[in-house]
Write a protein that binds this ligand. Structure first.
Ligand code: IPM
Ligand code: MG
Length: 367
């Protein structure tokens, strides 16, 4: 198969982790006999520095002419004081919108080898396997009007949360479809005791559920869900929620399973999917070669699964990651006492080795 993919390294640790993810992608392509056509483009702060636009037209064009995009991270303190449309984050938000990527899947899994990395007790997190389904093109992120207005000292800031029935229904269906392939459970998270958006959300999700009689739907307020997520994470299966709640809860889940550096994501629904680790640009550790590349590497697995339906290839990467962790490899974010840290590139190399090894084992078995 020909795999046309745009690579968007972005800012901070984005380029370092993306480099390792691309090495893994290349080894999987070789092992499984796929042809790769990659093009690298700027986004975020890197694009602002180059052409003063966080999503330059040729970057968007490249993504639109590919089957998928793999992104590192965007965000840089250098642009903190810039207006919204000239911030690195604006590039990512525009990309999601231009690509129609309304469904953000964020799996949070507790790897058996990492039970001692969570701040929670091992018996609480053992077996945790959550799939966040975050609505990605609505809510406070995109609602109009939005502004900061008025004279200094009396300025007023406004953001708007809006959700239409169609936007709710399409994301709900993504969650229900996923649930039919998992444990048949959807938890919809909202704030229906306070927000109109959540009242409509709950009503539409409940209506959709009638089309999925095998799936059990429950509802929770977001504050209570945040508490339950640390009290009993393994009770969660598919979690369906709006844009901002999903942003917050998925970072929290990263902490629960041991490190945000492990989490991958898929932003899909439109013609071209964007795949990126959930962690941000982490400017404090950028360039040191210590960032955890596994979130980016696992994003490649999601890319192969969701944009190309290459389940075997995706599983090969996921197994290699689990195996590497079994051998004791730990980037600094996963370190416990007296362990030696694995660097970003060592971690990537070890995943590549295991991908290659699994291929030769498969060949031997079939010979
Ligand atoms: C994420 C990030 C982004 C978001 C930022 C960088 C715009 O936090 O993907 O979770 O808020 O969606
Ligand atoms: Mg976030």
């Amino acid at each position: 198969m020909l795999l046309k993919i745009t690579i968007l390294p972005g800012d901070g640790i984005g380029p370092e982790v993306t480099e390792q993810a691309v090495l893994v992608l290349q080894s999987v392509a070789e092992v499984f006999g796929h042809q790769l056509r990659l093009q690298h483009k700027n986004i975020g702060g890197a694009a602002l520095a180059a052409v003063n636009d966080p999503l330059p037209p040729d970057t968007l064009q490249a993504c639109l002419s590919s089957s998928a995009a793999l992104l590192g991270a965007v965000g840089s303190p250098a642009y903190d004081h810039y207006p919204n449309h000239l911030r690195p984050e604006a590039g990512l938000l525009r990309l999601r919108r231009e690509l129609g990527a309304y469904a953000n899947l964020r799996p949070a899994i507790c790897f058996p080898a990492l039970e001692d990395c969570s701040p929670l007790r091992a018996d609480l997190i053992r077996g945790t396997d959550i799939m966040f389904v975050r609505e990605l093109l609505g809510g406070l992120y995109f609602g109009e009007p939005r502004s900061i207005e008025g004279p200094p000292g009396s300025r007023v800031a406004t953001n708007t949360m809006t959700y239409g029935e169609q936007a709710i229904e399409r994301i709900a269906r993504v969650a229900f479809d996923l649930a039919t392939k998992r444990k048949q459970r959807v938890l919809s998270v909202d704030k229906a005791n306070v927000l109109e958006c959540s009242r409509l959300w709950r009503e539409v999700v409940t209506r959709c559920a009638k089309d999925y009689p095998s799936v059990h739907l429950s509802h929770m307020y977001v504050d209570s869900a945040a508490m339950s997520l640390v009290q009993r994470p393994k009770d969660f299966d598919v979690v369906l929620t709006e844009n901002m709640f999903g942003d917050i809860l998925s970072d929290q889940a990263g902490g629960v399973v041991g490190s945000l550096g492990l989490l991958a994501s898929a932003s899909i629904g439109g013609p071209v999917g964007v795949y990126e680790p959930v962690h941000g640009s982490a400017p404090d550790i950028a360039g040191k070669g210590i960032a955890n590349p596994l979130g980016a590497i696992l994003s490649v697995a999601l890319l192969l699964r969701h944009s190309f339906q290459l389940e075997g290839e995706a599983a090969c990467i996921e197994n290699a990651v689990a195996e590497v962790l079994n051998t004791g490899a730990r980037t600094v974010d996963l370190l416990r006492n007296n362990q030696k840290a694995t660097t970003t590139s060592e971690m990537g190399c070890r995943v590549v080795d295991l991908v290659n090894e699994s291929a030769s084992t498969a060949k031997q078995n079939s010979a």
